[in-house]
Design a protein. Structure first.
Lengths: 68, 690
């Protein structure tokens, strides 16, 4: 996948939007996993943790999509 | 593995809010569906009125050739409320806010048109200030502040590229808002008018009954449960808020508003005094307790069956009992409080009659003062400003046109729901409304409207979905989501002038909205009052400051001043109550004891004023000492802190001529000391556990 806009019915969609959606799904999955394994109890500020996790995952996704 | 899957399902269901412990989900769904499929008659009328008012505004705006007709249309939906007085009040608040905001946007634009960053910082400061002010003013009028905050954004942001157009934008915005309000108000007043007064009558009677019942429970030999008191306080505060709306329903409504104010103050005092009498009853020595038991029972019966009570006779009986020889100071104190209770009872009766029949009531003295907390308001203001700045960075960095709508929406949500306890849930409700609006708006705006032309067909295409939305607005549980649906449906189907209407606009706007509300919800979650302990400690400190002030405040009106503030604080403490760990729930007890001590302090000062002691210098000195002791707050090692000032006060009372007031004063001093010791004991317990 190259780092170009996607054409959706004549509308150009930014690849960053796709990356953000993928990252959101991944973050939700990771978060569920953390909670189920009991590691979630150690989080101090849940909202802050979620945001930070999302930014990290988004960075990873963008980097990965650039390589592809 | 099976356990894991089960856990996963429960977790997922919980997140989607399908599973709410203690609630029957199917019942909720059924009730919500019934609101749309078989709406009650008032909801049907409300929806018809709202849609009619909105379409009238839209037609007039199109007819007059106004710049942004959709603003007038939206305003009619925003101010739509079930009751006529509420519409007028909200409309007035909206007009005031819009006018102030328009003036402010002209000055900010004039100052910083050339420097976008400076402009955005100014904007953030103004929005933060308005949010803080609106949370400080906890009444229906706070909406004016919210509006003056975000009107500046609505006017200035689209005009940032062409600063000279800002004046036209400001004029257009004001014109259309006023048009929308005039249409909505006229329709709500003319078509099936429903007045606040009717609701107010019901609420006032329920409050009166609830307060009397609570007062009766407080008089019982055993301490009363917390819930009754809480409910009564909640009712009093709620009826007092409705008062603001009744003000706009003619001279009759204004009379009623005054009567409700008198009623809520009287009921607060009644509850306060009944607590004092009940407390003293539990401390009486057994002989006195037995002697007074019938009197307590008579008063309780009168409170429980207020219709049959013969107040003057009961009052006379209590006074005679007080004149019996050999009656102790504590028993005398109880009887005194009960006589005072009966007086307030009679006053409350008169006030309720004035609410029901109309007519003048005597002017109650003193403001119904509210508890204000500047640092917390500043925090809320900061949150709005921070959200605005973050999204501005996003906007300027991406140069995406629809980022403006994300920016506007995020700030509006942050301002509107700043001080709500359940801001995150409200934000999600808003998001749900947008999610419903997007597909409906796509069908109407992209598929139907291009085929149809002319106002009647436009009205039909817009009116049907909005009618359904308005049905939801009439049901309190759905109101937030439905309002969001209606507003965003309008935004997505009627684009602002100057935009080409196509699929790209639609997708961009929809995305911008989702991002905006998402950011607002995130701001609510990130910057929050995470520590209920901190907040309840702040409430305690404020209570102590008030208690200290009570030692020197002018007596006239002091009791309503204190009772109003304490009622609000107790309600706030109660809201935090479920969040607190078991061990620290004493905070609620702190609040109640603060209320009791304030009451005893007031009573003592009344006695001092009536007894006319000879040594005024000593009295001033004792009260000053008392003030210092109270300011330091309760702690286990400070249990005897009131000893010295109390001794002095007793000496002051000794210097007065022999009288009933002097004897009552002695009882009050002892009661004050006792409550203080109790408070210190509780504070000790809480500290150890914490």
């Amino acid at each position: 996948m190259s780092w170009h806009e996607w054409a959706l019915g004549g509308v150009l969609v930014s690849p960053f939007l796709v990356a953000a959606l993928v990252a959101l799904l991944l973050t939700v999955g990771l978060r569920l996993l953390l909670r189920l394994t009991g590691l979630g109890r150690w989080i101090w500020h849940e909202a802050l943790f979620d945001l930070a996790l999302f930014v990290i995952v988004l960075g990873g996704v963008v980097a990965a999509m650039g390589r592809l | 593995m099976r356990d894991f899957v089960r856990k996963l399902i429960i977790l997922a269901a919980f997140h989607c809010q399908l599973f709410i412990p203690g609630h029957n989900r199917f019942q909720i769904v059924r009730d919500n569906l019934l609101a749309f499929l078989a709406p009650p008659l008032p909801a049907l009328r409300f929806a018809l009125k709202t849609v009619f008012g909105g379409l009238l505004a839209l037609w007039l705006a199109l007819r007059l050739g106004l710049e942004q007709p959709q603003w007038a249309f939206m305003t009619a939906f925003i101010v739509a409320q079930p009751l006529a007085g509420m519409v007028v009040q909200k409309g007035l608040a909206r007009v005031t806010g819009t006018l102030v905001g328009a003036l402010m946007s002209l000055s900010i634009m004039g100052l910083a048109a050339q420097a976008p960053w400076l402009f955005l910082v100014c904007l953030a400061l103004w929005v933060g200030l308005c949010t803080a002010a609106s949370t400080l003013l906890r009444s229906a009028w706070s909406y004016a502040f919210v509006l003056s905050g975000y009107t500046v954004m609505l006017i200035c942001l689209p005009a940032l590229a062409e600063p000279l157009a800002v004046f036209d934008h400001a004029v257009a915005r004001c014109t259309e808002i006023i048009l929308g309000i005039v249409c909505a108000t006229t329709v709500s007043a003319i078509v099936w008018p429903q007045h606040v007064s009717g609701l107010l009558l019901q609420q006032a009677r329920a409050t009166w009954q609830g307060a009397l019942r609570t007062a009766a429970a407080e008089l019982a030999a055993e301490p009363a449960p917390r819930e009754g008191l809480l409910q009564a306080l909640g009712q009093i505060v709620a009826v007092d808020t409705q008062r603001e709306h009744a003000w706009f329903e003619g001279s009759r409504g204004r009379e009623r508003a005054r009567a409700v104010r008198a009623l809520s103050r009287t009921l607060l005092s009644l509850i306060r005094i009944s607590r004092a009498a009940g407390r003293q009853r539990r401390d009486l020595d057994p002989g006195d307790a037995q002697r007074l038991a019938p009197a307590f029972e008579q008063v309780r019966q009168a409170l429980q069956a207020p219709e049959q009570a013969d107040l003057p006779m009961l009052r006379q009986a209590l006074l005679e009992r007080a004149r019996e020889p050999g009656i102790g100071a504590g028993a005398l104190y109880c009887l005194g409080r009960m006589v005072l209770m009966l007086d307030y009872f009679a006053k409350a009766d008169a006030a309720l009659e004035a609410v029901e029949q109309g007519g003048e009531t005597e002017q109650a003295e003193g403001q119904f003062s509210a508890h204000r907390d500047l640092p917390i308001a500043a925090l809320y203001g900061l949150r709005s400003a921070a959200t605005l700045l973050t999204l501005s960075v996003f906007w300027l960095a991406t140069a995406w046109t629809s980022a403006v709508s994300a920016l506007v929406l995020a700030t509006v949500v942050c301002c509107l729901f700043a001080s709500r306890e359940n801001a995150v849930q409200i934000g999600f409700g808003f998001l749900r409304g947008i999610a419903y609006a997007i597909p409906v708006a796509f069908v109407v705006g992209q598929l139907i409207l291009p085929q149809w032309s002319g106002f009647p067909l436009l009205a039909m295409a817009l009116g049907v979905p909005l009618f359904v939305g308005a049905l939801g607005m009439a049901r309190p549980a759905l109101a937030g989501t439905s309002t969001a649906f209606a507003l965003h449906f309008i935004v997505l189907t009627l684009p602002p002038t100057g935009y080409e209407y196509n699929v790209a606009f639609f997708i961009n706007e929809g995305l911008g909205m989702l991002i905006g509300v998402g950011c607002a919800v995130m701001a609510f979650r990130l910057i929050t009052l995470r520590n209920p302990l901190w907040q309840s400690r702040r409430l305690l400190e404020a209570t102590l400051r008030d208690l200290a002030e009570l030692t020197s405040r002018r007596l006239a009106g002091a009791d309503t001043w204190f009772a109003g503030r304490m009622a609000e604080r107790l309600l706030q403490l109660a809201r935090h109550y479920p969040l607190l760990p078991e061990a620290v729930r004493q905070r609620w007890g702190d609040g109640l004891l603060g209320l009791d001590i304030g009451d005893e302090l007031l009573h003592l000062r009344l006695c001092l004023a009536a007894a006319r002691p000879a040594d005024e210098r000593l009295q001033r000195q004792a009260l000053d000492e008392l003030e210092r002791a109270l300011l330091h707050g309760p702690a286990p090692e400070r249990a005897e802190a009131l000893q010295a000032p109390a001794d002095k006060l007793l000496r002051v009372l000794d210097s007065a001529p022999e009288s009933q007031a002097q004897r009552l004063g002695r009882g009050a001093v002892r009661q004050l000391e006792r409550s203080w010791r109790q408070w210190c004991g509780i504070a000790g317990g809480a500290h150890e556990l914490a």
